[in-house]
Design a protein around this ligand. Structure first.
Ligand SMILES: NC(=O)c1ccc[n+]([C@@H]2O[C@H](COP(=O)([O-])OP(=O)(O)OC[C@H]3O[C@@H](n4cnc5c(N)ncnc54)[C@H](O)[C@@H]3O)[C@@H](O)[C@H]2O)c1
Length: 367
């Protein structure tokens, strides 16, 4: 079984080295390549051309560029195309896109012919630093997101930060939420680097962009390696801010609020909760908030939407998060910048509400 970190390659341009990398990892040159419509239009010719010039046999598969492509019906259609193209266990699947393509591609690879290898070629910041790593692959069910899936580690994750030059800035900020999260939960030095070079990273300047992408990817891989099946609580720390974020996404009906935007708001609530419960000193709370303040979401819309929800409304919505245990909410907190932990005890609703209201007051004071 591949281990998460030994199979991550960060390189520009990575596709030129794909033949060598496949050979070094024992992968065959028969490759089903999954895109969404956008990544096909932007990078299809480059990726397919490079594969063919390096002697690969390829079959191209394309899905619409939207979250609803992560569905059983979409997987079903792709299985059909693969069967018609005589794709068998000697093939592998290369997923070229954001988290939607990566999750769908991984799901299809985990199930097709009882499992074929998957290689991830992430093209969004979120996919490069989070979703392509760690082997969680899933499709959505009408009753909830990511409910039907597998643990299916990629044989290779090929990261080329230069793909980000075509990504809209809203998606860059969305991905940066997860990047900043790694600083909060596991690496003070990385947090300092992000604070110092935040604007350069947003402008996709090197070497800061590659440094941020690569450090995030390896932090995630390291956490996953130590707690693959989420049994010790370590992998759960990757959910810093996410209990609040899932509640917000649900309140917004998963529309008009990107996951990273919800995570940014959620991290703000989690910082206040960490402080309120006596774990996080005030100076570190302020430092954390100062970094979050630098996120620029379009027209302040996201903050305004957050302010439009009542605190109680958000808490009710959080109770429907699938990660609750015995209807109790579980929170990842930090006790200093660079160290997250899963809080083992129940948190009183009054404290959760207090933290949400602190965050609301903080956002209000910014407008
Ligand atoms: N498996 C995991 O561990 C994990 C972790 C976090 C999130 N996820 C999943 O990831 C998904 C979200 O992923 P996402 O944020 O990457 O969204 P996405 O895949 O929907 O991509 C966002 C948009 O950017 C476009 N795009 C992709 N690359 C581009 C590029 N280089 N230039 C221009 N446009 C580009 C896409 O076509 C799409 O329209 C969700 O389904 C979420 O559940 C999975």
């Amino acid at each position: 079984m591949p281990t998460p970190s030994s199979h991550i390659v960060v390189k520009t341009p990575v596709v030129d080295a794909i033949g060598e990398l496949y050979a070094a990892h024992g992968l065959g040159r028969k490759c089903a390549v999954l895109f969404d419509e956008n990544t096909r239009a932007l990078y299809g010719e480059t990726v397919l051309g490079s594969l063919r010039s390096q002697g690969f046999l390829t079959v191209e598969l394309v899905v619409p560029a939207r979250e609803t492509s992560k569905s059983m019906s979409s997987a079903w259609k792709i299985y059909g195309r693969m069967i018609e193209a005589d794709i068998d266990r000697s093939w592998n699947l290369l997923a070229v896109g954001g988290g939607v393509v990566g999750d769908l591609g991984g799901f299809i690879a985990a199930s097709y012919y009882r499992g074929i290898p998957v290689v991830q070629l992430p093209t969004t910041l979120l996919a490069m630093t989070d979703s392509s790593i760690g082997g969680k692959v899933a499709v959505n069910h009408p009753l909830g997101k990511n409910l039907i899936g597998f643990f299916h580690l990629p044989e290779l994750v090929l990261i080329d930060p230069s793909f980000l030059k075509t990504l809209p800035s809203r998606e860059i900020y969305g991905g940066l939420a997860e990047v900043v999260k790694y600083g909060f939960i596991s690496d003070r030095g990385f947090f300092n680097l992000l604070t110092e070079h935040f604007d350069g990273i947003v402008r996709l300047e090197e070497p800061w962009l590659s440094e941020a992408v690569s450090r995030s990817a390896f932090i995630k891989a390291d956490v996953v390696e130590k707690d693959f099946r989420e049994s010790s609580g370590l992998r759960a720390t990757l959910n810093f801010g996410h209990t609040f974020a899932h509640g917000l996404e649900k309140l917004a009906n998963y529309r008009n609020l990107r996951h990273g935007e919800a995570v940014t708001l959620g991290m703000c609530c989690a910082l206040f909760l960490s402080h309120r419960l006596g774990f996080l000193p005030l100076a570190e709370l302020d430092e954390g908030l100062a970094l979050i303040k630098r996120f620029r979401f379009p027209g302040g819309v996201i903050e305004k939407r957050f302010l439009a929800y009542g605190g109680e409304e958000l808490i009710d919505s959080m109770y429907s998060d699938k990660k609750k245990i015995d209807r109790k909410l579980r929170f990842v907190l930090i006790d200093r910048i660079g160290h997250g932990f899963l809080h083992g005890e129940d948190v009183a609703n009054a404290d959760v509400l207090g933290a949400v209201n602190d965050a609301r007051a903080w956002f209000t004071s910014r407008h």
